[in-house]
Design a protein around this ligand. Structure first.
Ligand code: ZN
Length: 245
């Protein structure tokens, strides 16, 4: 298992690189269905209190961003999506109703979709999944992202729900990012049950310790999951990158 302290790790052969920006924000690099590397930002709230970087430094250090996926419109998930999309030309994938709002703010390349089947983009396999949560514009979602050799599930903000079993069965995630902070999402108890349903090889806890109400101990989550299941828990500090496999 390889964890590095920054995302400047080019040259290491990897199927996927997951760079943690804190809270629920990740940069995922994976080989697309067209054989080219794709850079996907999920819920980019880069100004979060635990962030390892500023938005300016982050954008300066990136050549391109292919997609931004937004799970719902709460500020800690929408984050700096609009600014980043305008400045980089990244395509924004989100729930249809929130897509309209983002378009109204002047973003081109918005792909508004809904919970269900595969979204019609050529170079990645993207599916929006249910999430039990709230939002102002459209349903909150999770997302499954599949490239050539890897399947990744980011649950968004959600409580536990039984259909996570289907996400596990249909999309066979290698890596799942699950919230463990409680109060607004699953806590440790519920997230550990979710792992039993999803059965990913790796789980990365997220959405904890950003603010006092979502304080949680990821080591406690790791102990419970690894005692009960075959899934390995990878705890990332903001600014660390997990190189899979
Ligand atoms: Zn939320």
């Amino acid at each position: 298992m390889c964890i590095r302290d920054s995302s400047y790790s080019m040259g290491v052969k990897a199927v996927a690189r997951i760079y943690y920006l804190g809270h629920a924000s990740f940069e995922v690099k994976l080989e697309g269905l067209d054989g080219k590397e794709k850079v996907v930002l999920i819920d980019p709230w880069i100004s979060n209190p635990l962030s390892p970087t500023s938005l300016e430094d982050y954008l300066r250090s990136r050549e391109n961003i292919d997609y931004i996926i937004v799970t719902h419109d709460h500020g800690d998930h929408l984050g700096e999506t609009i600014d980043i999309a305008k400045r980089t030309g990244a395509k924004v994938v989100t729930i249809y109703d929130l897509g309209l709002v983002i378009e109204e703010k002047g973003v081109k390349n918005v792909i508004g979709a809904n919970i269900g089947g595969r979204i019609k983009v050529e170079d990645l396999y993207i599916v929006l999944t249910p999430a039990y949560h709230s939002s102002t514009h459209g349903n909150p979602v999770g997302v499954v992202l599949r490239g050539k050799d890897v399947s990744i599930y980011h649950a968004g903000d959600t409580g536990l729900f039984a259909e996570m079993t289907f996400i596990g069965e249909l999309y066979k995630p290698d890596i799942a990012m699950l919230p463990i902070g409680g109060h607004f999402t699953m806590g440790i108890l519920e997230a550990a049950k979710a792992v039993e349903l999803i059965k990913s090889k790796i789980v990365i806890p997220m959405h904890y310790n950003t603010f006092p109400p979502i304080k949680a101990d990821p080591q406690e989550f790791k102990n419970i999951v690894e005692e009960k299941t075959d899934t390995k828990v990878v705890i990332l500090k903001p600014g660390q990158e997990y190189i899979y496999p």
